[in-house]
Design a protein around this ligand. Structure first.
Ligand SMILES: Cc1cc2nc3c(=O)[nH]c(=O)nc-3n(C[C@H](O)[C@H](O)[C@H](O)COP(=O)(O)O)c2cc1C
Length: 365
């Protein structure tokens, strides 16, 4: 066996990656405003990045109720499936792989974004005191209503339906978004889940929703084409740090292990911020994971090369570097310079700051 490197192939479940450089999920708020549909522009953007060993799509809502931001794409209507087909084809035509990140925001939403101006749904009726983007600017998230048993049943059906839609759209699998303070994370943590039924209270109860989502999604795909994203140490979206991070996320990992997933994708530390966690805690959780491991958060060329060589990660996901560098794999391989990120074009708009970042070849032409 040759030693693994960042640029050597790896197999994650049924996904055979040509290298270990993964494109992290990145919300860019460019779907068609009238029906949250991705279109040819998205196909161009993702196609440009098909050099990645695996692309994880931006968060894509499983239902209208699961939406939290203006102009994020969905994965539940026929129009959205047709739109995503353009993207999956563009990536496949260039020899890439792409999974859909399936997303329900829970309480990170605003009534103006939801069907009939309804309240967001969440495990408990506790506002996040966070912000969302409503198309005009950043607004405080609305106080959610606590999900009823029927809401939970319907939402699980929405996960299953979205997983089927992702299959119809030609994705290679799905990543379940259980990170960053969105719905599944809200169920896991004792800060946001104050339920007194079978979905709250004990850690066994707080992991129940996660288990049922996994059952729904692996029922469609099989575990070997399903990944999951976690961010145990992150306070993203003001979710609050669980009173027993190792106990809660250890139990979540045990549940995940029982589904033999393609990968677990970990945001290490604060999402997009410091790589901080209690001493030894990341190692403890990582050691408990039986699936292949994708590391993320603040990785550089050197730290990613090192993490793979040290077998601390099977692959490394890059977010901001992939926004600004469509040919990131080539640049990392050649140790070439990187384009700077334009912070003004991250969310919303069209081609500018989306499909017009130059490749090395463009720059030398
Ligand atoms: C513009 C932007 C959009 C993001 N959208 C998502 C998303 O849709 N889903 C998700 O799980 N994380 C999202 N993230 C977090 C990134 O996937 C990643 O965890 C973060 O940027 C840290 O990785 P990096 O240091 O390589 O950029 C987003 C980050 C940025 C900067």
């Amino acid at each position: 066996m040759t030693e693994p490197t960042l640029f050597s192939p790896v197999t994650l479940g049924a996904l055979a990656l040509k290298n270990r450089v993964v494109m992290a999920p990145l919300t860019r708020n460019r779907a068609k405003p009238e029906d949250d549909t991705p279109y040819a522009l998205h196909a161009e953007y993702y196609g440009q990045r098909a050099g990645a060993g695996l692309i994880i799509s931006e968060g894509t809502q499983i239902s209208a109720e699961g939406k939290g931001y203006a102009w994020t794409p969905g994965i539940y209507s026929p129009e959205q499936v047709a739109g995503w087909k353009l993207t999956t084809k563009a990536v496949h035509d260039k020899g890439g792989l792409i999974v859909a990140q399936i997303w329900h925001v829970g309480r990170i939403s605003h009534t103006s974004l939801l069907p009939d101006g309804g309240a967001p749904v969440a495990p408990s009726a506790i506002g996040a005191e966070s912000k969302t983007f409503d198309g005009t600017g950043f607004v405080t998230t609305s106080v959610p209503r606590a999900m009823t048993a029927e809401d939970i049943t319907r939402t699980l059906a929405d996960y299953r339906h979205a997983a089927e839609a992702a299959k119809d759209a030609g994705f290679d699998g799905v990543e379940i978004h259980a990170a960053n303070g969105y719905l599944i994370d809200q169920f896991l943590r004792d800060t946001s889940n104050k339920r007194s039924d079978a979905y709250g209270g004990s850690v066994e109860n707080r992991v129940r929703f996660l288990r049922e989502v996994l059952e729904a999604v692996t029922g469609v795909w099989g575990g070997d084409r399903v990944g999951i994203r976690l961010s145990p140490f992150s306070n993203a979206n003001n979710v609050g740090i669980d009173s027993d991070t190792l106990g809660t996320f250890g139990a979540a990992i045990d549940v995940i292990n029982s589904f033999d997933l393609a990968f677990v994708h970990m945001v290490e530390g604060q999402t997009g911020g410091p790589r901080d966690w209690p001493d030894g805690a990341l190692d403890t959780l990582r050691a408990r994971i039986t699936a292949p491991y994708i590391a993320n958060n603040g990785y550089t060329r050197d730290s990613a090369i090192e993490a793979v060589a040290a077998e601390q990660a099977d692959a490394v996901a890059f977010g901001r570097l992939f926004i600004a560098n469509p040919d990131l794999v080539t640049r990392l391989k050649e140790d070439a310079s990187l384009n700077p990120l334009d912070p003004d074009t991250l969310y919303g708009g069209g081609a500018k700051g989306y499909t017009d970042y130059p490749t090395l070849a463009d720059a030398t032409a």
